[in-house]
Design a protein around this ligand. Structure first.
Ligand code: ADP
Ligand code: MG
Length: 352
Protein backbone atom coordinates (compact mmCIF):
# COMPACT_ATOMS: atom_id res chain seq x y z
CA UNK A 1 0.00 0.00 0.00
CA UNK A 2 2.87 2.35 0.78
CA UNK A 3 3.93 1.83 -2.80
CA UNK A 4 0.58 3.12 -3.93
CA UNK A 5 0.99 6.07 -1.58
CA UNK A 6 4.33 6.82 -3.17
CA UNK A 7 2.83 6.87 -6.62
CA UNK A 8 -0.16 8.89 -5.47
CA UNK A 9 2.10 11.41 -3.79
CA UNK A 10 4.24 11.58 -6.86
CA UNK A 11 1.24 12.07 -9.11
CA UNK A 12 -0.26 14.73 -6.85
CA UNK A 13 3.08 16.34 -6.91
CA UNK A 14 3.33 16.34 -10.66
CA UNK A 15 -0.18 17.73 -10.89
CA UNK A 16 0.74 20.41 -8.37
CA UNK A 17 3.75 21.28 -10.45
CA UNK A 18 1.64 21.38 -13.60
CA UNK A 19 -0.79 23.74 -11.86
CA UNK A 20 2.05 25.87 -10.61
CA UNK A 21 3.47 26.16 -14.09
CA UNK A 22 0.03 26.95 -15.47
CA UNK A 23 -0.12 29.86 -13.03
CA UNK A 24 3.40 30.94 -13.91
CA UNK A 25 2.58 31.14 -17.61
CA UNK A 26 -0.97 32.51 -17.74
CA UNK A 27 -0.49 34.62 -20.86
CA UNK A 28 -0.51 31.77 -23.30
CA UNK A 29 -1.42 32.72 -26.86
CA UNK A 30 -2.68 29.22 -27.52
CA UNK A 31 -6.22 28.69 -26.37
CA UNK A 32 -6.29 24.91 -26.75
CA UNK A 33 -7.56 23.40 -23.53
CA UNK A 34 -6.04 20.59 -21.61
CA UNK A 35 -8.29 17.55 -21.16
CA UNK A 36 -7.72 15.24 -18.23
CA UNK A 37 -8.68 11.62 -17.76
CA UNK A 38 -8.09 9.96 -14.43
CA UNK A 39 -9.01 6.83 -12.54
CA UNK A 40 -7.61 3.70 -10.97
CA UNK A 41 -5.80 0.78 -12.54
CA UNK A 42 -3.15 -1.82 -11.61
CA UNK A 43 -3.49 -1.07 -7.91
CA UNK A 44 -2.62 2.57 -8.44
CA UNK A 45 -3.92 5.72 -10.14
CA UNK A 46 -3.72 7.00 -13.68
CA UNK A 47 -3.87 10.53 -14.99
CA UNK A 48 -3.71 11.43 -18.66
CA UNK A 49 -3.42 15.04 -19.77
CA UNK A 50 -4.16 15.67 -23.41
CA UNK A 51 -4.03 18.83 -25.49
CA UNK A 52 -6.07 19.01 -28.68
CA UNK A 53 -8.42 16.07 -28.82
CA UNK A 54 -9.89 15.64 -32.32
CA UNK A 55 -13.17 17.53 -32.74
CA UNK A 56 -15.03 14.47 -34.00
CA UNK A 57 -14.45 12.63 -30.71
CA UNK A 58 -16.11 13.37 -27.40
CA UNK A 59 -14.39 13.20 -24.03
CA UNK A 60 -16.89 10.56 -23.01
CA UNK A 61 -15.98 8.21 -25.86
CA UNK A 62 -12.26 8.63 -25.17
CA UNK A 63 -12.74 8.04 -21.42
CA UNK A 64 -14.68 4.85 -22.16
CA UNK A 65 -12.11 3.56 -24.62
CA UNK A 66 -9.28 4.20 -22.17
CA UNK A 67 -11.15 2.45 -19.35
CA UNK A 68 -11.83 -0.53 -21.56
CA UNK A 69 -8.18 -0.79 -22.59
CA UNK A 70 -6.96 -0.56 -18.99
CA UNK A 71 -9.45 -3.10 -17.64
CA UNK A 72 -8.35 -5.46 -20.37
CA UNK A 73 -4.66 -5.00 -19.54
CA UNK A 74 -5.14 -5.13 -15.76
CA UNK A 75 -7.79 -7.64 -14.69
CA UNK A 76 -7.87 -9.33 -18.11
CA UNK A 77 -4.14 -9.81 -18.57
CA UNK A 78 -1.43 -8.79 -16.08
CA UNK A 79 -3.04 -8.86 -12.64
CA UNK A 80 -1.82 -11.39 -10.08
CA UNK A 81 -4.70 -10.34 -7.79
CA UNK A 82 -7.43 -11.40 -10.22
CA UNK A 83 -7.59 -15.23 -10.45
CA UNK A 84 -9.08 -15.15 -13.99
CA UNK A 85 -6.41 -12.90 -15.49
CA UNK A 86 -4.23 -14.45 -18.15
CA UNK A 87 -1.15 -14.15 -15.95
CA UNK A 88 -2.87 -15.89 -13.01
CA UNK A 89 -3.81 -18.70 -15.40
CA UNK A 90 -0.22 -18.97 -16.55
CA UNK A 91 0.97 -19.05 -12.95
CA UNK A 92 -1.37 -21.96 -12.20
CA UNK A 93 -0.58 -23.77 -15.43
CA UNK A 94 1.32 -27.08 -15.47
CA UNK A 95 4.98 -27.15 -16.31
CA UNK A 96 6.27 -28.38 -19.69
CA UNK A 97 2.92 -27.93 -21.46
CA UNK A 98 2.52 -25.15 -24.05
CA UNK A 99 0.34 -22.25 -22.91
CA UNK A 100 -1.42 -20.25 -25.62
CA UNK A 101 -0.65 -16.62 -24.80
CA UNK A 102 -2.01 -13.27 -25.99
CA UNK A 103 0.20 -10.94 -28.00
CA UNK A 104 0.31 -8.60 -24.97
CA UNK A 105 1.75 -11.27 -22.69
CA UNK A 106 4.22 -12.42 -25.35
CA UNK A 107 5.35 -8.83 -25.96
CA UNK A 108 5.85 -7.99 -22.27
CA UNK A 109 7.53 -11.29 -21.42
CA UNK A 110 9.88 -10.99 -24.42
CA UNK A 111 10.89 -7.49 -23.39
CA UNK A 112 11.32 -8.64 -19.77
CA UNK A 113 13.61 -11.47 -20.91
CA UNK A 114 15.64 -9.02 -22.99
CA UNK A 115 16.14 -6.77 -19.97
CA UNK A 116 17.04 -9.80 -17.84
CA UNK A 117 19.72 -10.87 -20.30
CA UNK A 118 21.01 -7.30 -20.61
CA UNK A 119 21.26 -6.84 -16.84
CA UNK A 120 22.71 -10.24 -16.01
CA UNK A 121 19.51 -11.33 -14.32
CA UNK A 122 19.15 -8.26 -12.07
CA UNK A 123 15.66 -7.83 -13.53
CA UNK A 124 13.73 -11.07 -13.31
CA UNK A 125 9.98 -11.46 -13.52
CA UNK A 126 10.15 -14.83 -11.77
CA UNK A 127 11.22 -13.04 -8.58
CA UNK A 128 7.61 -13.21 -7.24
CA UNK A 129 8.12 -15.95 -4.59
CA UNK A 130 11.00 -13.93 -3.12
CA UNK A 131 8.92 -10.75 -3.15
CA UNK A 132 6.28 -12.66 -1.16
CA UNK A 133 8.87 -14.19 1.13
CA UNK A 134 10.10 -10.75 2.15
CA UNK A 135 6.58 -9.52 2.77
CA UNK A 136 5.99 -7.33 -0.29
CA UNK A 137 3.77 -9.44 -2.53
CA UNK A 138 0.13 -10.50 -2.76
CA UNK A 139 0.84 -13.73 -0.82
CA UNK A 140 3.24 -12.59 1.83
CA UNK A 141 4.34 -15.60 3.81
CA UNK A 142 6.24 -13.92 6.59
CA UNK A 143 5.22 -11.25 8.96
CA UNK A 144 7.92 -8.64 9.01
CA UNK A 145 10.16 -8.92 12.04
CA UNK A 146 10.43 -12.61 11.33
CA UNK A 147 13.08 -12.61 8.63
CA UNK A 148 13.37 -15.63 6.33
CA UNK A 149 16.18 -18.06 7.14
CA UNK A 150 18.99 -18.84 4.71
CA UNK A 151 17.48 -22.24 4.18
CA UNK A 152 14.09 -20.87 3.15
CA UNK A 153 15.77 -18.35 0.86
CA UNK A 154 17.82 -21.10 -0.78
CA UNK A 155 14.70 -23.23 -1.28
CA UNK A 156 12.78 -20.32 -2.78
CA UNK A 157 15.66 -19.50 -5.13
CA UNK A 158 15.16 -22.88 -6.75
CA UNK A 159 11.90 -21.56 -8.19
CA UNK A 160 13.43 -18.34 -9.47
CA UNK A 161 15.13 -17.88 -12.81
CA UNK A 162 13.94 -16.20 -16.00
CA UNK A 163 15.47 -19.02 -18.03
CA UNK A 164 12.75 -21.34 -16.71
CA UNK A 165 10.27 -19.52 -18.93
CA UNK A 166 10.45 -20.34 -22.63
CA UNK A 167 8.82 -18.05 -25.17
CA UNK A 168 7.86 -19.23 -28.64
CA UNK A 169 7.06 -15.96 -30.36
CA UNK A 170 6.15 -17.54 -33.72
CA UNK A 171 3.56 -19.85 -32.13
CA UNK A 172 2.55 -17.34 -29.45
CA UNK A 173 3.16 -20.01 -26.82
CA UNK A 174 4.86 -20.16 -23.44
CA UNK A 175 6.32 -23.04 -21.54
CA UNK A 176 7.48 -23.17 -17.93
CA UNK A 177 10.13 -25.79 -17.34
CA UNK A 178 10.07 -25.33 -13.55
CA UNK A 179 7.36 -24.37 -11.11
CA UNK A 180 7.77 -20.61 -11.38
CA UNK A 181 5.59 -17.64 -10.49
CA UNK A 182 5.62 -14.62 -12.78
CA UNK A 183 5.24 -11.12 -11.30
CA UNK A 184 5.03 -8.25 -13.78
CA UNK A 185 4.87 -5.39 -11.23
CA UNK A 186 8.20 -4.09 -12.50
CA UNK A 187 7.11 -3.67 -16.14
CA UNK A 188 3.30 -3.84 -16.62
CA UNK A 189 2.52 -0.25 -15.66
CA UNK A 190 5.10 0.97 -18.14
CA UNK A 191 3.62 -1.25 -20.83
CA UNK A 192 0.13 0.09 -20.11
CA UNK A 193 1.46 3.65 -20.49
CA UNK A 194 2.89 2.71 -23.88
CA UNK A 195 -0.45 1.25 -24.94
CA UNK A 196 -2.38 4.32 -23.87
CA UNK A 197 0.16 6.39 -25.84
CA UNK A 198 -0.45 4.24 -28.91
CA UNK A 199 -4.19 4.75 -28.45
CA UNK A 200 -3.86 8.54 -28.36
CA UNK A 201 -1.50 8.41 -31.36
CA UNK A 202 -4.11 6.38 -33.23
CA UNK A 203 -6.83 8.98 -32.74
CA UNK A 204 -4.50 11.74 -33.88
CA UNK A 205 -3.53 13.38 -30.58
CA UNK A 206 -0.19 15.19 -30.89
CA UNK A 207 0.29 16.39 -27.31
CA UNK A 208 -0.04 14.37 -24.14
CA UNK A 209 1.34 13.67 -20.71
CA UNK A 210 0.45 10.18 -19.48
CA UNK A 211 1.01 8.78 -16.03
CA UNK A 212 0.18 5.43 -14.44
CA UNK A 213 1.51 4.95 -10.92
CA UNK A 214 4.42 7.28 -11.54
CA UNK A 215 5.48 5.81 -14.90
CA UNK A 216 5.29 8.55 -17.52
CA UNK A 217 5.13 9.14 -21.24
CA UNK A 218 4.92 12.54 -22.87
CA UNK A 219 4.65 13.84 -26.39
CA UNK A 220 4.62 17.32 -27.91
CA UNK A 221 3.71 20.25 -25.70
CA UNK A 222 1.25 21.40 -23.10
CA UNK A 223 -1.10 24.26 -23.89
CA UNK A 224 0.76 27.43 -24.79
CA UNK A 225 3.53 25.42 -26.43
CA UNK A 226 5.28 24.86 -23.12
CA UNK A 227 7.40 21.77 -22.63
CA UNK A 228 6.23 19.04 -20.31
CA UNK A 229 8.25 19.32 -17.09
CA UNK A 230 7.94 16.34 -14.75
CA UNK A 231 9.61 16.49 -11.35
CA UNK A 232 11.93 14.03 -9.66
CA UNK A 233 11.17 13.88 -5.95
CA UNK A 234 13.65 13.75 -3.10
CA UNK A 235 13.88 10.08 -2.07
CA UNK A 236 12.47 10.50 1.42
CA UNK A 237 9.45 8.92 3.04
CA UNK A 238 8.04 12.30 4.08
CA UNK A 239 6.24 15.17 2.38
CA UNK A 240 7.17 15.11 -1.31
CA UNK A 241 9.62 17.76 -2.40
CA UNK A 242 11.29 18.47 -5.72
CA UNK A 243 14.81 17.14 -6.12
CA UNK A 244 15.24 17.91 -9.82
CA UNK A 245 13.13 18.74 -12.85
CA UNK A 246 13.17 17.07 -16.25
CA UNK A 247 12.43 18.99 -19.44
CA UNK A 248 11.05 16.93 -22.32
CA UNK A 249 12.01 19.58 -24.86
CA UNK A 250 9.03 18.58 -27.03
CA UNK A 251 10.41 15.08 -27.58
CA UNK A 252 8.32 11.94 -27.19
CA UNK A 253 9.83 10.26 -24.16
CA UNK A 254 8.94 7.85 -21.40
CA UNK A 255 10.25 8.37 -17.87
CA UNK A 256 10.15 5.65 -15.23
CA UNK A 257 11.45 5.64 -11.69
CA UNK A 258 12.23 3.07 -9.05
CA UNK A 259 13.01 3.76 -5.44
CA UNK A 260 13.51 2.04 -2.13
CA UNK A 261 12.39 4.92 0.08
CA UNK A 262 8.70 4.22 0.57
CA UNK A 263 8.20 0.52 0.15
CA UNK A 264 10.55 -0.89 2.80
CA UNK A 265 10.68 -2.00 6.40
CA UNK A 266 13.31 -1.72 9.08
CA UNK A 267 14.51 -4.42 11.42
CA UNK A 268 17.16 -3.69 14.08
CA UNK A 269 18.08 -0.52 12.22
CA UNK A 270 18.57 -2.41 8.96
CA UNK A 271 16.57 -1.40 5.89
CA UNK A 272 14.87 -4.04 3.73
CA UNK A 273 13.42 -2.74 0.45
CA UNK A 274 11.04 -4.20 -2.13
CA UNK A 275 13.79 -4.34 -4.72
CA UNK A 276 14.97 -7.94 -4.46
CA UNK A 277 18.14 -9.28 -6.04
CA UNK A 278 17.02 -12.51 -7.76
CA UNK A 279 20.57 -13.81 -7.63
CA UNK A 280 20.97 -13.60 -3.85
CA UNK A 281 17.30 -13.83 -2.90
CA UNK A 282 17.66 -10.76 -0.67
CA UNK A 283 16.60 -7.11 -0.75
CA UNK A 284 19.40 -4.99 -2.16
CA UNK A 285 21.53 -2.71 -0.02
CA UNK A 286 23.77 -0.79 -2.32
CA UNK A 287 23.24 2.85 -1.37
CA UNK A 288 21.01 3.72 -4.34
CA UNK A 289 17.82 5.44 -3.22
CA UNK A 290 16.16 6.11 -6.59
CA UNK A 291 16.78 5.73 -10.30
CA UNK A 292 15.02 7.43 -13.21
CA UNK A 293 15.30 6.17 -16.76
CA UNK A 294 14.30 7.89 -20.00
CA UNK A 295 13.55 5.69 -22.99
CA UNK A 296 11.26 5.65 -26.00
CA UNK A 297 9.38 2.74 -24.40
CA UNK A 298 7.83 3.16 -20.95
CA UNK A 299 7.86 -0.62 -20.43
CA UNK A 300 11.60 -0.76 -21.05
CA UNK A 301 12.24 2.32 -18.90
CA UNK A 302 10.15 0.76 -16.11
CA UNK A 303 12.07 -2.54 -16.18
CA UNK A 304 15.48 -0.88 -16.50
CA UNK A 305 14.81 1.46 -13.57
CA UNK A 306 14.14 -1.57 -11.36
CA UNK A 307 17.19 -3.38 -12.80
CA UNK A 308 19.46 -0.39 -12.12
CA UNK A 309 18.24 -0.25 -8.50
CA UNK A 310 19.28 -3.88 -8.12
CA UNK A 311 22.64 -3.45 -9.87
CA UNK A 312 23.84 -0.49 -7.83
CA UNK A 313 25.41 2.74 -9.05
CA UNK A 314 28.70 1.54 -10.56
CA UNK A 315 27.37 -1.37 -12.58
CA UNK A 316 24.20 0.48 -13.59
CA UNK A 317 25.93 3.64 -14.78
CA UNK A 318 28.39 1.58 -16.82
CA UNK A 319 25.52 -0.20 -18.55
CA UNK A 320 23.57 3.04 -19.12
CA UNK A 321 26.66 4.70 -20.66
CA UNK A 322 27.34 1.69 -22.86
CA UNK A 323 23.84 1.99 -24.34
CA UNK A 324 23.96 5.81 -24.39
CA UNK A 325 20.86 5.81 -22.27
CA UNK A 326 19.52 8.67 -20.17
CA UNK A 327 19.56 7.61 -16.51
CA UNK A 328 19.60 9.57 -13.27
CA UNK A 329 20.79 8.06 -10.01
CA UNK A 330 20.22 9.37 -6.49
CA UNK A 331 22.24 7.70 -3.75
CA UNK A 332 22.66 8.11 -0.01
CA UNK A 333 25.77 9.75 1.37
CA UNK A 334 24.54 10.11 4.94
CA UNK A 335 21.33 10.09 6.89
CA UNK A 336 18.85 12.09 4.85
CA UNK A 337 21.63 13.32 2.56
CA UNK A 338 21.94 12.47 -1.10
CA UNK A 339 24.20 12.84 -4.06
CA UNK A 340 23.31 12.24 -7.66
CA UNK A 341 24.81 11.16 -10.90
CA UNK A 342 23.46 11.38 -14.41
CA UNK A 343 24.54 9.54 -17.52
CA UNK A 344 25.71 11.73 -20.41
CA UNK A 345 22.50 11.19 -22.34
CA UNK A 346 20.48 12.55 -19.41
CA UNK A 347 22.07 16.01 -19.55
CA UNK A 348 19.81 17.30 -22.30
CA UNK A 349 16.73 16.70 -20.14
CA UNK A 350 17.86 18.52 -17.01
CA UNK A 351 16.13 21.83 -16.81
CA UNK A 352 18.10 24.47 -14.94
P1 ADP B 1 7.11 0.38 -8.42
O1 ADP B 1 6.31 -0.86 -8.38
O2 ADP B 1 6.98 1.23 -7.21
O3 ADP B 1 7.01 1.10 -9.72
P2 ADP B 1 9.46 -0.81 -9.34
O4 ADP B 1 9.16 -0.42 -10.74
O5 ADP B 1 10.87 -0.70 -8.89
O6 ADP B 1 8.61 -0.03 -8.31
O7 ADP B 1 8.99 -2.31 -9.18
C1 ADP B 1 9.21 -2.95 -7.95
C2 ADP B 1 8.37 -4.19 -7.91
O8 ADP B 1 8.88 -5.10 -8.87
C3 ADP B 1 8.46 -4.89 -6.57
O9 ADP B 1 7.44 -4.48 -5.71
C4 ADP B 1 8.34 -6.35 -6.96
O10 ADP B 1 6.97 -6.72 -7.12
C5 ADP B 1 9.00 -6.39 -8.32
N1 ADP B 1 10.44 -6.69 -8.21
C6 ADP B 1 11.25 -6.63 -7.14
N2 ADP B 1 12.50 -6.99 -7.45
C7 ADP B 1 12.48 -7.28 -8.78
C8 ADP B 1 13.47 -7.73 -9.72
N3 ADP B 1 14.73 -7.94 -9.35
N4 ADP B 1 13.08 -7.94 -10.99
C9 ADP B 1 11.80 -7.73 -11.37
N5 ADP B 1 10.83 -7.30 -10.56
C10 ADP B 1 11.17 -7.07 -9.28
MG1 MG C 1 9.98 -0.40 -12.46
Amino acid sequence: MTQIMLRRNLSFFIILLALLLAITFPFSDDNQDIDEFFGLTMGTSYRFQVVGIPVELTRKVIAEEIEELLIDLDSGTFSTYVPESELSQLNRYDTNIPFEASSEIIEVLSLAQEVSALTNGAFDITVGPLVNLWGFGPDSEISRGNLPTNEVIEDTLEHVGYNYLLIDVARSQLKKNADIYVDLSGIAKGYAVDRVGTYFDSIGVENYFLEIGGELKMKGFKQGNENWIPAIETPLDTVPEIYAVINSGGKTIAVAGSGDYRNYFEENGERFSHEIDPRTGRPVKNGLAAVYVIDSSAARADALATAYMIMGLEEARALAESMDQAAYFIYRIGSGEFADHQSKAFNEYLDF
